[in-house]
Design a protein around this ligand. Structure first.
Ligand code: PEP
Ligand code: MN
Length: 263
């Protein structure tokens, strides 16, 4: 068998009645992690009112320290299901361990594979078999070729509903969290028909950089953006400094929509 993603028309994924890829620009937003009912439903209502495409939120969190908070697990999934019922927004949430696949499949319209699991080939193969759309994030130090090969583990099993995500890579620079590799966007678009999503939140690690990087992502031809939003980022359990303030989200979404329209 050979490569399935290196040629062909741009793929358009259908997720809960919304289209991602082709002429569509997706805005995916929500908290880093599901913390409470109030925080999750409040953020979902805010981003839904701003017209986002999907709601994001983690119930299983990959944390650098084993002593950090690792998510609410199944309780988090229940809150995401409630957010979906209340807003009608499709859900994207991360799966880290194949043993959690069944409960995640009950709520996730899109399963996120985080940067740290990009080369977890057994997990990728299982997702290929599960058949649910996948948001595959680029590894912290992965080349584009490695990212493309990782996606093929999913496609090889017959699941073609994959989008790739540039979320910043490790470089020598330490002034911000990661280096957002925007050159990857037009280059990946040459190499694959899969939709390309940009995550400026994890790349920058700083809220003030999220809007300019979002506009830049739209300008270089990204198919969408995934960003973190919190009602009160100073009190967020995880990734507070980079989360957009929910009260400011509508203005941000408007700017992004304008940039996507002229791109
Ligand atoms: C996330 O999206 O919350 C996340 C942990 O992202 P990444 O895997 O890109 O670090
Ligand atoms: Mn995060």
């Amino acid at each position: 068998a050979s490569s399935q993603i290196r040629h062909g028309e741009p793929s358009v994924l259908e997720i809960g009645g919304r289209k991602i890829g082709g002429d569509n620009f997706a805005l995916i937003a929500g908290p880093c992690t599901v913390e409470s009912r109030e925080q999750t439903l409040g953020t979902a209502a805010t981003v839904a009112a701003a017209g986002v495409t999907l709601f994001r939120g983690g119930a299983y969190k990959p944390r650098t320290s084993p002593y950090a908070f690792h998510g609410l697990g199944q309780e988090g999934l229940r809150l995401l299901a409630e957010a979906k019922r209340e807003t009608g927004l499709p859900i994207v949430t991360e799966l880290m361990d194949v043993r959690d696949l069944e409960p995640v499949l009950e709520v996730a319209d899109v399963i996120q594979i985080g940067a740290r699991n990009m080369q977890n080939y057994t997990l990728l193969t299982e997702l290929g078999r599960a058949g649910r759309p996948v948001l595959l994030k680029r590894g912290l130090s992965a080349t584009l070729e490695e990212l493309l090969n990782a996606s093929e583990y999913i496609l090889k099993e017959g699941n073609e509903a994959v989008m790739l995500c540039e979320r910043g890579i490790r470089t020598f620079e330490t002034a911000y969290r990661f280096t957002l590799d925007l050159t990857a966007v037009p280059v990946l678009k040459e190499l694959t028909h899969l939709p390309i999503i940009v995550d400026p939140s994890h790349a920058a690690g700083r809220r003030d950089l999220v809007q300019p990087l979002s506009l830049a992502a739209a300008a270089v031809g990204a198919d969408g953006i995934i960003v973190e939003v919190h009602p009160n980022p100073d009190e967020a359990i995880c990734d507070g400094p980079q989360q957009l303030v929910a009260a400011e989200f509508a203005a941000y979404a408007e700017k992004v929509a304008q940039a996507a329209a002229v791109a």
